[in-house]
Write a protein that binds this ligand. Structure first.
Ligand code: G5P
Ligand code: MG
Length: 216
């Protein structure tokens, strides 16, 4: 069977994490979210976490060298043998260029890049309403919950937390950085990956279906 090497690409809040979690479960592929790795480091107060906290709270990017080192060690791990889903990496041209020889050293296949797209105003609204369940890690949108105090996945009560970088000023900074620094990475992948563009304003279920149609 072909190794599935997927990159979920798109602006903050476009739905990368939501879809990556679903596809990871359906296809039994590890979900590598650089944002989640950093947030875990922050909560464990590791050296990486202490360095990352102030930068992430402002919505700025962690250095390419740190992020690339982190991703390389995960990709070379046995659990990525069948493939993987990268979420949140690469997000600079330099990260893409560091990643390329790593991919070539582990497979002859090209990366498959799922590019999710939605307008900035939709994204600002989604992120302002996003919460994460501190018990099971599910991502929700308060707009779609009938009971805003209970996690629909694990049933925990009052377990929702809001990310520090989901304050409106920080969201706007993250979007600016995305347009300036991350969006141009798509151009690089025109020659280095198979790209599927998906409208991220559809429903979660419709987007999942489109992703599965594209990659299976
Ligand atoms: P992260 O953690 O990678 P971002 O900014 O790339 O953060 P984020 O915010 O995690 O991305 P997402 O994963 O794309 O967004 O979106 P999501 O959480 O799934 O969904 C957002 C909201 O929309 C939720 O409320 C969800 O319920 C709703 N939603 C999802 N899908 C749909 C849909 O289909 N329809 C509707 N209506 N709603 C939907 O990175 C965080 C920070 O870490 C550092 C940086 O500081 C970064 O800012 N970092 C890096 N720094 C340098 N290099 C890297 N490679 C780095 N990676 C992380
Ligand atoms: Mg995410």
């Amino acid at each position: 069977m072909k190794k599935k090497m997927l990159v979920f690409f798109g602006a903050p809040g476009v739905g990368k994490g939501t879809q990556a979690k679903i596809i990871s479960t359906k296809l039994q592929l590890p979900h590598i979210s650089t944002g989640d790795i950093l947030r875990e480091a922050i909560s464990k107060k590791t050296d990486l976490g202490l360095l990352a906290k102030g930068i992430m709270d402002k919505g700025e990017l962690i250095s390419d060298e740190i992020m690339a080192g982190l991703v390389e060690s995960v990709l070379k791990n046995d659990k990525c043998k069948k493939g993987f889903i990268l979420d949140g990496f690469p997000r600079t041209l330099n990260q893409a260029k560091i990643l390329q020889p790593i991919i070539e050293s582990i497979s002859h296949e090209k990366l498959v890049l799922i590019s999710l797209d939605a307008d900035d105003d939709i994204i600002v609204n989604r992120l302002a309403q996003r919460r994460m369940c501190s018990t099971c890690g599910s991502i929700v949108n308060l707009n779609f919950l009938t009971d805003q105090t209970r996690c629909p996945t694990c049933g925990s009560k009052n377990s929702f937390i809001k990310r520090k970088d989901d304050e409106v000023d920080v969201i706007k900074n993250r979007l600016n950085i995305f347009h300036k620094t991350t969006e141009p990475v798509l151009n690089y992948y025109k020659n280095h990956a198979i790209i599927y563009n998906i409208d991220a304003t559809l429903t979660v279920e419709e987007i999942t279906e489109k992703i599965l149609e594209a990659i299976t």
